[in-house]
Design a protein around this ligand. Structure first.
Ligand code: OAD
Length: 248
């Protein structure tokens, strides 16, 4: 089990890196009040994933699926980025963080100021036509559920990746490129059990890179972490940022 004596070790590893990337999961948005998927209060505790997040579930009951997404959309619109999101944006501004790969479908990284964001699992604030590909940005849950495509009249669906679906090609391609360039990765708030995202830290490690994990508990990534910092992302990341700022 990797143990961090002090955050100084982590800071040193970050400053030594030439191409640091980050992989984030639901845990980074937990302190913004958005529930994670797994764990005690996780979303998948209350629901079976395939009942709400699969193409089949949508075909069977699009209104129910939209009700669930509308609830999540409202929660995300009313949430604010927390100090963990802001710290990652600052690390990018400083030229240290080169790319941010997220499994999150919320918009909190963008709102915190991150720019090079790769959204592996799509974007909950975009609706997409199931037939003609028309896309629409949402700044509130759709008024009529399920919403219809203004272009062809078919159903709109959330532009997110559901179980059994492939990842968006462009995002996956970008993630692969950054993963192979990386000589260090900050893995924050993910259980690491969903693939291919969960394979990213393993690939960085196999390529000789350093794996730094921040999580309140152990995950599927912890066994290969060179540094494991147990704690809340919103508390740990600002401390790391302060230490880096003092050294620059
Ligand atoms: P999970 O819910 O599986 O894992 C959340 C992780 O965050 C756990 O390891 C927690 O210990 C950790 N955590 C919780 N609060 C934290 C905090 N304040 N600071 C740091 N860590 C914290 O979420 P993901 O790994 O993101 O996919 O789940 C991956 C994918 O599974 C999601 O993108 C979603 C879901 O099915 C799709 O919808 C396609």
């Amino acid at each position: 089990m990797p143990i961090v004596e002090t955050l100084e070790d982590v800071v040193e590893a970050i400053l030594k890196s030439r191409y640091l990337i980050s992989l984030t999961g639901a845990g980074i948005s937990a302190e913004s009040g958005i529930p994670t998927f797994r764990g005690r209060d996780g979303l998948w505790r209350k629901y079976r994933p395939e009942d709400l997040a699969s193409p089949e579930a949508f075909r069977n009951n699009p209104k129910l699926i939209w009700e669930w997404y509308s609830w999540r959309i409202s929660m995300i619109i009313n949430a604010s980025p927390n100090p963990a999101h802001v710290s990652l944006a600052r690390l990018e501004d400083m030229g240290i963080l080169k790319a941010l790969i997220t499994q999150n479908v919320d918009n909190l990284h963008e709102r915190a100021g991150s720019k090079n964001i790769i959204k592996l699992h799509g974007d909950i604030l975009t609706a997409r036509c199931i037939s003609c590909g028309y896309k629409k940005r949402l700044d509130a849950p759709p008024e009529e559920l399920p919403p219809k495509c203004p272009s062809c009249g078919e159903l709109l669906r959330p532009d997110v990746v559901w179980f059994g679906e492939p990842l968006p090609t462009e995002a996956l391609g970008a993630a692969i490129i950054h993963t192979h360039r990386a000589d260090a990765i900050l893995v924050i708030g993910t259980s690491g059990v969903v693939y291919p995202a969960g394979a990213i830290p393993y690939t960085v490690r196999e390529n000789g890179g350093v794996v730094i994990e921040i999580n309140i508990g152990e995950s599927a990534i912890t066994p290969i972490a060179d540094y494991f910092v147990r704690g809340k992302a919103g508390e740990v990341l600002p401390k790391i940022l302060d230490l880096i700022a003092k050294k620059l």
